[in-house]
Ligand binder design. Sequence first.
Ligand SMILES: [Zn+2]
Ligand SMILES: [Zn+2]
Length: 201
Amino acid sequence: MGIELTIVPFYSTIEEEPLEKVAEIMKRELTRYNQVTISNHVSSIEDEYSEIFTKNGPEFFRDMDGFMTVKVSGSPALFDYITAHYSTHALVFSDYPLVGLLKEIDAACSKDAPIAFVNIKRFRDDDSGTFIKRISALGLHELGHENGLQHHSTMVDNQFCPMFSPNLLAKPETWRKLEYVDSIGTVYCPKCKAEVGSSAL
Ligand SMILES: [Zn+2]
Ligand SMILES: [Zn+2]
């Protein structure tokens, strides 16, 4: 028995290589997942969720603990769709942002289901290693929340633990800067690692 993670490319241009690299990092860091798989690309929806992208103003709640992140209290169509189609924890990569009070949301986790979301478009870089590092760090942050981790600012090898969050009162323009993302590593600090390595959570 154990928990599984599915990485879901959802209306996304993300290629196989970065997906596989991200999967390796998730598996290495989130050892409570006994399996990490990559689903097929979802590029069309033909069920009752087909209007997902035309739906305006899904119910979002942005709390102030967020580093480029919101905890979603409502149930946007995307998260309903993922819950209906995947029975595992999910990390969703999309070229689309979620739409909320801030207009565009780069990364989020659901309060109601074990789903983490990252909008990959802003994190693209000519260097694929940089791209992979950015989306992995954000994925580890959001999945960290889903597995009970809180924000803090411990450094690991001159990079912040993925659970880093800047000044809570920083303006969105500040915390959406790439330099913040690039200051975050893809290795959990020992304290977080001990927690996400425990299947007893
Ligand atoms: Zn957070
Ligand atoms: Zn940590």
